[in-house]
Design a binder for this molecule. Structure first.
Ligand code: ADP
Length: 246
């Protein structure tokens, strides 16, 4: 039997101020699956993504998550982070180096890749997000959409198998959003994409997980879930724009 790329078993979490964020969430993701994680604000999407590479959840005694069969434990974080790349919603949480080259090279350098390979990865990742030639610029001086694209490049350069994105299309202009959708369709990675952009989810994923108030309330095929108006509205969501006139 295949080892799932992601296995989450009865994951519950509350923040240190006791705000409850996730209740007994369980699901599995097979290698190569492309999944949208949807739900209204505060549903627990970002909290769940932050558990996948151990940014959150390291305090709990029981391990509720495995990545490629590896438990997400403090002692295994280096291995986990070679498997899972996470793109935060806010690029300012992702970009902290003096130049864009350094930001995009950060992951490959941490993987101790040779300098030539690091340069090649940076060049390719920037090409992939349409920012060739931006290497020496500083992220502080970029527009919100450009910063977002650099933050995408920081995980593309790592060439990990599992990518978790928090609102990857927010702030992107239509052309960059379209390029992102094409990339998501073609990249061949295991994807978990938290988003309110249900049209992007419709085009670039096969399966949808719906969170509401920290609970997983639906797990189904994208084409089914995203056309279920009654269900979406009850969950505080809407049909994708493409179905609005229907
Ligand atoms: P989503 O990404 O679906 O909008 P979040 O995962 O950000 O939802 O939030 C889930 C719940 O956890 C919300 O009630 C939110 O207010 C709360 N929350 C998020 N971050 C923190 C934090 N750092 N401290 C306390 N509560 C938080």
């Amino acid at each position: 039997m295949n080892v799932p790329a992601i296995r989450v078993t009865n994951l519950s979490f509350q923040y240190t101020d006791h705000t409850p964020a996730l209740y007994e969430v369980s699901f599995e993701v097979q290698p190569g699956e492309r999944i949208a994680l949807i739900g209204p604000n505060g549903a627990g999407k970002s909290t769940l993504l932050c558990h996948l590479n151990g940014i959150l959840g390291m305090g709990s005694r029981e391990c509720a998550i495995e990545i490629d069969g590896v438990p997400v434990l403090a002692s295994r974080l280096a291995e986990i982070r070679q498997r899972v790349g996470l793109v935060f919603q806010d690029p300012d949480d992702q970009l902290f180096c003096a130049t864009i080259f350094d930001d995009v090279a950060f992951g490959p350098l941490n993987m101790r890749l040779p300098a030539d390979e690091v340069k090649r990865r940076v060049r390719e990742a920037l090409h992939c997000v349409g920012l060739e030639g931006y290497e020496t610029r500083s992220a502080y001086h970029l527009s919100g959409g450009e910063k977002k694209r650099v933050s995408l490049a920081t995980v593309v350069s790592m060439d990990v198998d599992i990518l978790a994105f928090d609102e990857p299309s927010s702030n992107l202009d239509p052309k960059s959003r379209r390029a992102l959708i094409h990339w998501l369709q073609r990249c061949g990675k295991t994807l978990l994409i938290a988003t309110h952009d249900l049209d992007m989810a419709y085009e670039s994923t096969d399966r949808v997980l719906v969170l509401n108030q920290g609970r997983l309330i639906r797990d189904g095929a994208t084409r089914e879930v995203l056309q279920d108006r009654e269900f979406l509205e009850a969950a505080g969501l809407e049909l994708p724009l493409r179905f609005h006139s229907a």
